[in-house]
Design a protein around this ligand. Structure first.
Ligand code: FA5
Length: 352
């Protein structure tokens, strides 16, 4: 604002208050930004500003002029304050509009969509199986993923030089004594025996690790669920009954099963349980045209394992199974590659 346009207030009655107000309002209206408004505010209303000077001069005036001068000062003050507030709001609105791309704010537009997540398919199946087994009197246990060699192998009847160790390529924790990343959930068999008195039933879902080359059906990190029942006179019949209940829970109907001999040092006898393919009658890609799907290794707990867990095999017997949860999820959702499960790709996960 050029200096010559400024009109200086004076207590002189000849000064026209209306002209002062008009000039002030014009300057406020033309202020280009909030900083200029602050300068004008100081000039008119600040300590030592024009209105202040006018008010301060009142005591020096002849008594008959004082009231009118006071009224004039207050009128100017109110007008300038109102103009400043109005211009400030206008400048702020303009800045907001510029920020939002110039378009007016539309209060009727729908809000931004809040994305809802869902449970991972492995978690879904795990929870369903936990519900199923707890309804049959099983307890759900948890065990360490970094495990001692003793629990992962030795207590399971797999001594250091046993060839069965080669079947599960192991991640050894370097410089950490006998620690390994557990290769299966079976170490929890002995941990369960140490903490519970027989008879008992337990399941242990969890993550396991193997140092192996990955392909469509092999991951280095995958999920299993161990099952263990210890009681008096537990037989293969109990084992088959429990497995059929498991399959009915997962597939929603009775599934035919067959047992083949299978070797695991910690069960005797040991079996591979195959399920009749739930997707076909005469062969498909899931069952590799055989109509049977290899699903679940299991067997009667070896007496040496019961002993490792402090349980007398003369009085107690049991069965155990090691369900491949990742493979079960693949089967259920017809997933053709196990590596999708832990890849963290949202396009895959959003389907569940
Ligand atoms: C075991 O791990 C035994 N602990 C199972 C067991 C428990 C037997 C109790 C007897 C009694 P196996 O190595 O076969 O067994 O693995 C069990 C299941 O894990 C397999 O049937 C398969 O479904 C799954 N599995 C094995 N390796 C992989 C892998 N690399 N990727 C994904 N799933 C796998």
């Amino acid at each position: 604002m050029p200096c010559e346009e400024r009109i200086h207030l004076s207590p002189d009655e000849s000064q026209d208050a209306e002209a002062l107000i008009a000039a002030a309002l014009t300057r406020v209206k033309n202020a280009a930004d909030v900083e200029q408004l602050r300068v004008l505010e100081r000039e008119y209303l600040g300590a030592g500003g024009m209105v202040g000077a006018l008010l301060a001069s009142i005591p020096t005036l002849p008594p008959d002029q004082r009231k009118a001068t006071g009224q004039r000062a207050n009128r100017i003050k109110a007008a300038v304050e109102a103009a400043l507030a109005e211009r400030k709001t206008a400048l702020e609105d303009a800045a907001l509009e510029k920020e939002s791309g110039g378009g007016a704010f539309d209060a009727t537009l729908p809000g931004a969509r809040v994305e809802r997540g869902s449970l991972h398919p492995i978690t879904q199946v795990t929870r369903e199986l936990e519900d199923l087994f707890t309804s049959m009197g099983y307890v759900v246990l948890d065990g360490p993923e970094v495990e001692r060699d003793w629990y992962n192998f030795e207590a399971l009847n797999i001594p250091k030089d046993h060839p069965a160790r080669d079947a599960q390529d192991t991640f050894y924790c370097e410089g950490k004594g006998d620690l390994v990343l557990r290769t299966h959930t079976s170490p929890c068999q002995v941990r369960a025996m140490e903490t519970m008195k027989p008879p008992f039933r337990a399941i242990v879902p969890g993550k396991v690790f193997r140092q192996e080359t990955t392909d469509a059906s092999h991951e280095h990190t995958f999920h299993q669920m161990e099952g263990l029942v210890v009681g008096r006179d537990i037989s293969v019949g109990h084992l088959i009954g429990a497995m059929k209940t498991l399959l009915r829970g997962v597939f929603g109907r009775d599934i035919e099963v067959r047992l083949r001999p299978g070797y695991f040092p910690f069960v005797e006898p040991g079996f591979e349980l195959d399920a009749k393919c739930p997707f076909c009658k005469s062969g498909c890609s899931v069952c590799k045209q055989s109509t049977w799907i290899e699903l679940l290794p299991c067997g009667m707990v070896h007496p040496n394992v019961l002993k490792s867990g402090g349980i007398d095999p003369e009085h107690w017997s049991g069965f155990a199974f090691g369900l491949g949860l990742s493979r079960l999820v693949m089967l259920r959702h017809k997933i053709d590659d196990v590596r999708h499960l832990l890849a963290g790709d949202l396009r895959f996960l959003e389907q569940f």
